[in-house]
Design a binder for this molecule. Structure first.
Ligand SMILES: Cc1ncc(COP(=O)(O)O)c(C=O)c1O
Length: 483
């Protein structure tokens, strides 16, 4: 299959689309735009016919793997199937043609939707109020830590400079803490893969601003001591940040606010019906308990005397966190998803996500090493270290071989505390047949590793793109085309 890019397919004068004739008098470009802003030469856009463009992008999509193609158990990423109806709702003209600078009275509908989305997500997370502005989980973390800072500054506690992060944390947690001006203190997980309360106590003093946790953690394990952890952090004057990227495991069952968390972010692009990955649009809204509400970003979405409005009346606000009000289409999808599912449906999501993960965990643990052998939540982590030691087949090789069987690999080499990690998150949208196919495939790969390790070492052999130099691809990506 050719790997030409669209510019290389261009032929002068070829067209795929013609604009309809204008119904109003045509104007010259210079009459509409100041000459100094006009190009001297036309933009070098590709000139292609409709069939060229359809074939080009269809072929490109066939070189990739998506959740619409097959099973995608990429741990921590919640690659569930997202019902297409939510895409349809987000593409309704009333949403698509909105402009962020429209006056409030012209966009009461979307303001109501935003207000209700905050209210519903507060109910799900057990919090008081929130903001939909952040565009990703990491952006939510940054926002949340700015709220921590504003809260302590207002109390005159400028010395609170440390954020505690367990060694199982997602990389964005320490990165967000650092970029928000805090010092990161890493604490070791105990032998059960959880935060050790004793170890935590050793790190507490007046310079601690708080702790960032995801619960269940990245091993898929629920932090059983969470109430005690919350109490000791609060007693030390600190705050608790909940990384809600793993909410799919507990939605409708337990609430971060009830566990004692002060600030929560969610990844709508995982739990709430937006496909995740590929750098597509995301949304990482942030929710807080009562004591942090005054610091939330502006504009907030207010409701008074039967009208929704942009609310700037927050003297202690951290200010704007995005240009406008967030990734509206993603928020619309999340809202539609919550309405379609209802409270019972959302509970069922987490029940099935947990059931599916435990089914795989039990079926796979005889062949692959399971370092933390406990009932898990929505995901679990295997280790390929024994296969690597005995047959030279590492996690990366298992991942590549899975592609040959039409399955997207699990997350590999994360969390960092498990050597040769394979982090598996099946999600709730997969049937038993799909899970059984995955089990069968993993067993086959295990046998292949013993009998003919070359198969895994040279995989993938059945995909349009074979094994790539991942380091080079990451370090020297070619993302521009020069004529
Ligand atoms: C546990 C956890 N926290 C935070 C994030 C960061 O979210 P985002 O990629 O939207 O910035 C992720 C992303 O996969 C995650 O898995």
């Amino acid at each position: 299959m050719s790997t030409k890019i669209i510019f290389e397919r261009s032929r002068k004068g070829r067209r795929g689309y013609k604009f309809p004739k204008l119904e109003i008098p045509e104007k010259k470009e210079e009459e509409l735009i100041d000459k100094k802003f006009l190009r001297e030469v036309p933009a070098g856009l590709p000139e292609v016919s409709e069939v060229d463009i359809i074939r080009h992008y269809t072929n490109l999509s066939r070189r990739n793997f998506g959740v619409d193609v097959g099973f995608y158990p990429l741990g921590s990423c919640t690659m569930k199937y997202n019902p297409k109806i939510n895409e349809d709702v987000a593409s309704l003209p009333g949403f698509q043609q909105l402009h962020p600078l429209q006056p409030e009275e012209h966009c009461q509908g979307i303001l109501k939707l935003l207000h209700e989305t905050i209210r519903k997500l507060c109910e799900i997370t057990g919090t008081q109020w929130g903001t939909l502005q952040p565009f990703a989980g990491a952006h939510g973390e940054f926002t949340g830590l700015k709220l921590f800072r504003a809260y302590f500054d207002k109390r005159g506690e400028k010395n609170r400079s440390k954020i505690i992060v367990p060694d199982s944390a997602h990389g964005t947690n320490p990165a967000s803490a650092h970029i928000s001006g805090f010092d990161v203190v890493e604490i070791k997980s105990n032998r059960q893969g959880m935060v050790s309360v004793e170890n935590l106590k050793d790190h507490l003093d007046e310079s601690v601003a708080g702790i960032m946790l995801t619960n269940p953690n990245t091993l898929g394990l629920f932090e059983q001591d969470i109430k005690e952890i919350a109490d000791i952090i609060h007693d030390a004057g600190g705050l608790l940040y909940y990384d809600g990227a793993n909410l799919n495991a507990i939605m409708g069952k337990s609430r971060p606010g009830d566990m004692g968390f002060d600030v929560v972010h969610l990844n709508l692009h995982k739990t709430f019906s937006t496909p995740h990955g590929g750098g597509g649009p995301g949304s990482g809204p942030v929710f807080v308990n009562e004591k942090l509400v005054p610091f939330l970003p502006v504009p907030d979405i207010g409701f008074k005397d039967g009208k929704y409005f942009f609310d700037y009346s927050k003297p202690d606000t951290i200010g704007r966190i995005s240009g406008f009000y967030g990734n509206i289409a993603v928020i619309v999808k999340a809202y539609a998803y919550m309405l379609f599912m209802g409270a019972d449906g959302l509970k069922r999501v987490s029940e099935l996500a947990v059931l599916n993960a435990n089914y795989l965990r039990v079926k796979l643990k005889d062949k692959y090493h399971l370092p933390y052998d406990q009932v898990c939540k929505h995901e679990f982590v295997l280790s390929a270290s024994k296969l690597k030691e005995q047959y030279g087949v590492a996690a990366v090789n298992i991942a590549k071989r899975l592609l040959d069987y039409g399955v997207h690999p699990p997350t590999v080499y994360f969390p960092l505390i498990v050597p040769e990690a394979l982090m598996i998150e099946p999600t709730e949208t997969e049937s038993k047949e799909v899970l059984d196919y995955f089990i069968e495939t993993m067993e086959k790969i295990y046998l292949e590793a013993k009998e003919n390790p070359k198969l895994a070492l040279s995989a993938p052999t059945r995909t349009p793109v074979k094994r790539t130099d991942e380091v080079k691809a990451a370090k020297e990506p070619v993302v521009r085309w020069y004529r």
